[in-house]
Structure formats: C-alpha cells, structure tokens
Design a protein around this ligand. Structure first.
Ligand code: ZN
Length: 265
C-alpha cells in the first residue's frame, strides 16, 4: 500500500490513516520553545508534519474522522474501494480548514449519506473565516448537510460521551474552543483520535508544555495535551493524530517529564 495510507486494527474495526500531505513543519509556530530544547529535539528546526484523516470500517459501517482539505483522501478512499456515498458519519475534531473543508464542494455535500458530528461548543464558536480555508465560513461548508449536522457535548477521559456504537467524544479544549478528540473501542481495544493535540510530534511529545501559535488558548491546550498523554501512557492506549508524521499512529510512554512516542508498524 502506498505511503499515503496506513492500516491498523482496533478490535473488529479496520482503521486507515489517510494522509493528504507530509512535509517539513514550520518551527516558528512553536511557542515558548527555548533554543536548547529546539536543538535537542529538532536540530535545525527540522521536523515532519502531516495533514491526516482517519477512516474506520467495521463491516458495512464507514466513519470518517475529519476530512482534511478534501484532496488526496478521495484518491486514497478509491484505493481502498470505498465510495464517498458509503460514509455514514463524519466526526469533526474542530473547524479549521485542514479538518473539514473536504465536506463540501460548490455548495454540495461530498458525503451525501453522512451525518456530520461536532461539538456544540465548536459549532457555536462562530468561526467565520476558518484558518486554512478558502475564505468560506464554517456555516457555509456545513449548510448542505442541513439537519444532518448533529452537535453534542463531549465527555471526559474517564467517561466519553457515546456518539455511535464503539465511538465516544472527549473534550480537549484549547486548540480551539470546542476541540474534540474521539475514542474508538472495540473488543477490548482502544484508539484515541487526537485531532490537533500535537502539531510537531518530534518536540511536543518529549516537551508537551510547548503549544503552537494555532492554539486559540495555548494554556488550555497545554493542560489538555498533558492530561491526554498521561492517560494514554498509563493505559497503553494508541494515539492517532491529524498532524503527526506518517504513520501518524503509535503509543506513548512517560520519559523524563515528557513522553516518548513509538510509531506503529
Ligand atoms: Zn490542523
């Protein structure tokens, strides 16, 4: 399979990481990262980041987590033999362009049979010109889905809000007002889809106090990041991330006050 798709399994769910882009990240986005730390973890400021989405297939049910910009993912879905019309739900982590712009084109829903789920707080945050978007409001992108846009209040790490069988929502505010991460559970196995908890894995896993300039509330983002990483490390729960380098999925363990990320595969 090409380097644009990574396959994983969580219980009876097939999980596919579909990447739209992999390339050098911009170290200027890092907040409060002192020079020594940067030199230690990303010498020369070099790190790789991605734009990724996750797709879960379980029998006939197909659920998508974010849409990216809606470019490469459609080719990757074709490679997997999955049609847009088969997607029954699109779960959105937050309303930045690189996460939901693939929902719509020319006023039409690109996932015509899907419900679109996002946190009420995110929908109501009133993002009129999403960063990374084509100058269209979030409301305009969601409009073709009408009543199939469904909102919820995310739960916590100890009690995820159940949305669909085996899929729950957890609040991870800070990156945006209503940023949500999603827990997939099947046959005793788990996977947490962490959205934009981390942009620069090479430095933010070992130094999780570093937030980025895209974080609306860098302090709250730091708290969410710390809580999720501690929880995932303690439980051995794999993480997937929308801006992690390929394969964008792996496990963490606590190390020197931060975390060591071991990519899957
Ligand atoms: Zn993003």
């Amino acid at each position: 399979m090409s380097q644009s798709i990574f396959s994983w399994r969580t219980g009876s769910c097939e999980v596919f990481m579909l990447t739209e882009h992999q390339g050098p990240g911009n170290p200027d986005i890092l907040l409060d990262a002192d020079h020594a730390l940067v030199q230690k973890y990303i010498p020369g400021g070099n790190f790789i980041s991605g734009v990724n989405v996750f797709l879960v297939r379980e029998g006939k049910r197909i659920v998508l987590f974010d849409t990216g910009f809606g470019r490469q993912i459609f080719d990757s879905m074709k490679t997997l033999g999955i049609e847009r019309e088969e997607v029954s739900a699109v779960l959105i982590t937050h309303l930045h362009g690189d996460h939901f712009m693939g929902l719509e084109r020319d006023g039409k829903a690109l996932f015509p049979a899907a419900d679109v789920l996002l946190s009420e707080k995110e929908r109501d945050s009133g993002i009129s010109a999403p960063p990374g978007g084509p100058g269209k409001s979030a409301a305009a992108v969601l409009a073709p889905y009408g009543g199939r846009v469904k909102t919820f209040t995310p739960g916590t790490l100890t009690k995820a809000e159940p949305l669909l069988p085996g899929i729950g929502a957890i609040a991870a505010y800070g990156h945006t007002a209503g940023h949500t991460v999603y827990l997939i559970e099947s046959a005793g196995e788990k996977l947490l889809i962490t959205g934009d908890m981390i942009h620069a894995g090479a430095i933010q896993f070992p130094a999780p106090d570093i937030s980025v300039s895209f974080d609306t509330d860098p302090g709250a983002a730091r708290v969410s990041r710390r809580e999720i990483l501690a929880w995932a490390a303690a439980g051995g729960i794999p993480l997937g991330g929308m801006h992690l380098a390929y394969p964008a999925l792996g496990t963490v363990r606590a190390e020197n006050g931060g975390y060591h990320f071991t990519p899957a595969g």
